[in-house]
Design a protein around this ligand. Sequence first.
Ligand SMILES: Nc1ncnc2c1ncn2[C@@H]1O[C@H](COP(=O)(O)OP(=O)(O)O)[C@@H](O)[C@H]1O
Ligand SMILES: O=C(O)C[C@@H](O)[C@H](O)C(=O)COP(=O)(O)O
Length: 325
Amino acid sequence: MNFDVIGIGNAMVDVISPAPDTFLDQMGITKGIMQLIERDRAELLYASMSERVEAPGGSVANTIAGIGELGLQTAFIGKVKDDALGRFYADALDKAGTAFPLAPQQVELPTSRSMIFVSPDGERSMNTYLGAGADISSADVPDVFGTGLLFLEGYLFDKDDGKTAFSEAAGKMKAAGGRSAITISDPFCAERHRADFKRLIAEDMDVAIGNAAEWRTLYETDDLDAALRQAAEVCDIVACTRSGEAVWVQRGFERFTADVTPVTPVDATGAGDQFAAGFLYGICTGAALDVAAAMGVMCAAEVIGHMGPRPEANMMAAFRSAGLV
Ligand SMILES: Nc1ncnc2c1ncn2[C@@H]1O[C@H](COP(=O)(O)OP(=O)(O)O)[C@@H](O)[C@H]1O
Ligand SMILES: O=C(O)C[C@@H](O)[C@H](O)C(=O)COP(=O)(O)O
């Protein structure tokens, strides 16, 4: 089957709970970013959650699920253990119509999970316990390449096998006549792997997506405009989300924008992921870049209006009402 979009990312169950900022301070949690935690701390944070909601997450998986809901043929390659969380995860993708070619595995590490605390201002602070999902290597990536789009997750750069798997998959995608895209995922991930990110974006990526902090960190500058221009010298389409401010998309010397109406999110988890869903849907269906960015903004606006990282509303109907399709 030729998939329109294939994602490779860290398969992760999100455990989400509201929490005041004083709780973040008490627990030593840095607000607004993804921090990696060990098993003991994961258990402590899990036990301290007042009202837990468990939802299938994982940054690229969220995007792929969103694109699948919009009607494209999608597959997500991610690793879960054959445990309760892993089966829940695989089922959720299946129900949403996204193929999940790697069946839950008999592996030692449990399914990855992220304890996410949502502050009263809607900001999310992720505490991620890397389990089975972080161990993706080339051997786990089935031959599903074709003329569609491959979408990769920066978080998997934290392991060398992940980096190798990405380069190989992007190479196979190109050979099959497809394109590749990446989300930078997190400023600290960009800091840890700057040279490798830059090389992958320059050599193998057709589209790169990040938020303002990620692009500034990657290019070691406070000048966001300059960072995007540098990226666009080596990558065809470069997108930058800026929270409540307009999205910027750079192609060569051209700048496209999509306006954002600032709100206080109910839960900002998945904002960047659902922006990517709408934006990549637009790119895959041949929309103009300003229209693709507007689709991304609509998907992000929907997901920050409720708890959880995946869409609850029918976004295709929303695109139609807005005249985007
Ligand atoms: N406060 C906000 N008001 C309105 N839209 C927002 C807000 N925060 C995020 N968004 C939407 O989510 C997108 C991604 O948000 P951003 O914070 O830039 O990325 P990330 O979630 O990856 O950190 C934005 O482009 C915007 O469309
Ligand atoms: O990957 C993680 O550590 C957490 C994910 O499960 C989470 O759903 C996520 O990445 C949210 O993304 P964002 O809020 O769009 O950055």
